[in-house]
Write a protein that binds this ligand. Structure first.
Ligand code: TA6
Length: 312
């Protein structure tokens, strides 16, 4: 259990925006912008960046930052009447100096607690009082954990309902050489065909064209195998039933102004999410959604790119 006080640095990032830097032993680090409560960097002991940040990312409100880990709340995509992916990703968050206790298994004290509360304007668009607390922690093994706690603080007795995603952009060496394991045989909604429902066939998921799928009722662990880098990302999630897999590929990339034309080759979004069954909270109730990311050498599974061993 971490008993020490959190250890982080507050610094100025791009365009003078405030950012938090977390450092762990052996060069490992992570960066979080208060703008969006947005993790923009996660580096391993060799200083290698593990998240993809768009080569054309715009660090200028109100444009959300393209890459890293945007937070989709209170709405995923256009599942509702709000702006796409909700407003949490383009609001200024604050450091939460006295969060309610949150037990952790890590001995690391490289973490920060952030909080978002709605502004008057937010309340006009979405008339619900909430407290969205998020802890970003860099563990002693280099794992990155994001724990979100969302509480209904309405005083009018009304419940509210939301959808949510950690829209994580992983950095991969070559998208054509990447496989995702853990989602095979599951049902998904295909965003490219009006969210028609299909069942995934075959083995691991590989990529050779635009992909935008919402996998439903997914397991707690998903592996992303980067053959060229001999690296496996392991996504562990809790409270987040669904998983979105997105790569815009070449044509669609050209329609996204803040994404470089070639970026799609080096990124893959695998997003722990709650979409199919939105979360409803009564006043006073709190929801928790946890994401843990680790990056392990694929040799970790005895020299083979064998995700089953990682997933077991
Ligand atoms: O999570 C996949 C997705 O919803 C795609 O449909 C795609 O539009 C992507 O997110 C990016 O959305 P954004 O609003 O950041 O351009």
């Amino acid at each position: 259990m971490a008993t020490e006080r959190p250890s982080f640095e507050l610094a100025k990032g791009i365009n003078g925006l405030d950012k938090i830097i977390l450092r762990e032993s052996r060069n490992r680090s992570a960066e979080v912008y208060l703008y969006g409560g947005h993790v923009t960097s996660w580096k391993n002991e060799n200083g290698e960046e593990l998240l993809h940040l768009s080569s054309k990312a715009v660090f200028k409100p109100p444009k959300p930052i393209r890459g890293g880990i945007p937070l989709c709340f209170p709405q995923f995509s256009n599942f509702g009447t709000l702006e796409s992916h909700g407003f949490a990703r383009n609001r200024i968050w604050e450091v939460d100096a006295s969060p309610p206790p949150l037990p952790t298994n890590s001995s690391s004290n490289a973490y920060v607690d952030l909080i978002l509360r709605p502004s008057e304007d937010d309340l006009k668009a979405w008339p619900h009082n909430f407290e969205f607390r998020m802890r970003v922690a860099l563990g002693s093994e280099g794992e990155l954990t994001l724990t979100s706690r969302i509480r209904n603080t309405n005083s009018d007795g009304k419940p509210f309902t939301f959808t949510f995603a950690y829209h994580t952009y992983f950095s991969v060496s070559d998208i054509s050489e990447v496989r995702v394991e853990g989602l095979e045989t599951l049902d998904y909604l295909d965003n490219l065909t009006n969210r028609e429902r299909f069942t995934e066939q075959g083995d691991a998921i590989t990529f050779e064209s635009e992909t935008d799928k919402i996998y439903l009722s997914t397991p707690a662990k998903i592996a992303i195998l980067d053959h060229e880098k001999k690296r496996t990302f392991v996504v562990r999630k809790d409270g987040l039933a669904d998983a979105v897999v997105w790569n815009p590929w070449d044509k669609r990339s050209k329609t996204i102004s803040d994404l470089g034309d070639e970026d799609y080759k080096h990124m893959l979004c695998v997003e722990a999410a709650a979409i199919e069954r939105p979360i409803t909270l009564k006043p006073g109730e709190e929801w928790k959604g946890r994401l843990e990311l680790s990056a392990v050498p694929s040799s970790y599974s005895s020299g083979q790119l064998d995700p089953k061993k990682v997933l077991e």
